[in-house]
Ligand binder design. Structure first.
Ligand SMILES: [Fe+2]
Length: 133
């Protein structure tokens, strides 16, 4: 089962959607690599990428919300911070398990489920707000 961005996840703001798509692509690569039992170094590189990319993405998203005066900015910031923590936990769980691939697959899936729910419940509201401007 692949992890994929689907059109129902569209927020309706192009640059946010584009970043979400890249995020999903990379997470899927990580997921696939885990299933195929590819090198441990690769997994670490990928988690580092996802960690950096999510921070960049959240920063861009927050700057955009600030620019448009989005009223839900604070709760978005909290949700983003919690996601960054989940990702850090994923990485430490992986390292503590001695590189157990199952740990990474389960944790990655958990993080992605979180992201999907976040996009559906919170990010979509940004697009709805934009329409009212
Ligand atoms: Fe968000």
């Amino acid at each position: 089962m692949a992890i994929m961005w689907t059109p129902d996840l569209s927020v309706g703001v192009d640059h946010i959607d584009e970043q979400h798509k890249i995020w999903f692509e990379k997470a899927n690569e990580l997921f696939e690599a885990g299933k195929e039992g590819r090198a441990k170094e690769y997994i670490n590189t990928m988690i580092d990428f996802l960690d950096e990319y999510s921070k960049k993405h959240f920063k861009d998203e927050e700057a955009y919300m600030e620019k448009i005066g989005y009223p839900g900015l604070d709760s978005q910031k909290k949700a983003h911070a919690s996601f960054v923590n989940n990702l850090a936990k994923l990485k430490s769980d992986f390292n503590e398990s001695g590189g157990n691939i199952t740990v990474i697959i389960n944790a990655n899936k958990m993080v992605l489920d979180w992201l999907i729910n976040h996009i559906k419940s919170m990010d979509k509201k940004i697009g709805e707000y934009v329409k009212t401007l």
